[in-house]
Design a binder for this molecule. Sequence first.
Ligand code: ADP
Length: 438
Amino acid sequence: MQDIRWRAFWFGFVLIFISLVIWAMDNAITALSVFAVGSVLYLISHLYWLHRLLKWFKNPELAFMPVGLGAWEEVFAAIYHEQRLHNRSQTQLTSALDRFRHAASALPDGVVLLNGNDQIEWCNPKAEKQLGLSMKTDAGQQISYLVRHTSFIEYLQAQHYPEPIKLESLRQPGTTLEIQIVPFGLNQKLLLCRDISQLEKLEHMRRDFIANVSHELRTPLTVVGGFIETLIDMDGAIPDSTRGYFAMMQEQTGRMRHLIEDLLTLSQLENAQTMPEDSEIDVVALLHMVMHEGQSLSNGKHTLTLEADSTLGLIGATEELHSAFGNLVSNAIRYTPEGGEIHIFWKSRGPYGIFGVRDNGIGIDQKHIDRLTERFYRVDRSRSRETGGTGLGLSIVKHILTRHQARLEIESDLGNGSTFSAVFPKERLTHKQTALFQ
Ligand code: ADP
């Protein structure tokens, strides 16, 4: 800096010195004239270098950087140095970006970067293919103008993305896409798109297989069961010494029939594309029915009580909910020893409607709770079998509740009992102005 200042001013000092010498040796007019001419030349030289600098900025190539004179030599050297650093970091950034783009292009899944207004900032070739986008023409466009599925637009607008959604591709029929949005940075979003057609196909095959096997087994089993029953009922058809075996055969065919019925129910629920017709359910009548079924299953071994808020109505599929509530009551009876108490309730809790079954039975260890709704998951296999369980009851309950946008809550204390609650959202509830039913 010191150097620059010195270089900037030395011409001025020399000019003043020469002018003073001329003044002393000759006269003031000559001295002032020399001073004026020198100053103009000095100014012209600065304007020249300033012009060169501005010209260079229009095309800032290092190779064409002027060298400069005097103070300008320092200025150009400093700019040259800065520009070199800038170029180097620019090159590093470009190559990092290129590497990222290459890696993202090689991804088997589609990736789209969206800004805060859901406009496309960038997408990889896979996303272009899967979603029918083009980086050349669609960059900066709102993604909702280009991916027109209603469910996608609703998902995007929800601004809350805990789960991915599935979409049938409009561009490639038969292709199912799974789309997950991940928010990041300041309102930006990363959209991940995966082709799950193969997985869907396999899942479809699995469901069809179970449905077909169950269906095929039902008829022979009904025939075998029917004959066993007829033989048992027919006087003298079977000797007394083998009657016990026939009773066992009848029990086992009954179990198999129950299992097949549950498998069929589950596959029907899984395969159903649409919800059955919703209707306003007479909850009190339904709960009475469920309670009477429970009482006949208990056969007087338990005390069953019912408490229902009759002002609280429910909208849904009566048959499905009957099956779900019945399953929860049947479980409470089967896993509560004789003399136990079972309380069935229907009430509101905040904005939600709760159907619950509380028992003081054997309870469940916490470690099992998260897995209870898995198919065939049983805490105690032999107890489940003894009481006629199939291991599918809670899976069926979960499916039915999911179809009603409801969830299953399980609270349990090992040895002290459990409470199973179906929690319905406010959209499924209605409110009447009638008295509380007990
Ligand atoms: P299962 O036909 O075996 O009863 P479910 O799917 O209905 O099958 O239930 C899964 C498991 O959850 C049961 O095997 C049992 O261990 C446990 N369970 C369900 N309800 C209760 C309950 N009320 N009390 C204790 N355990 C229960």
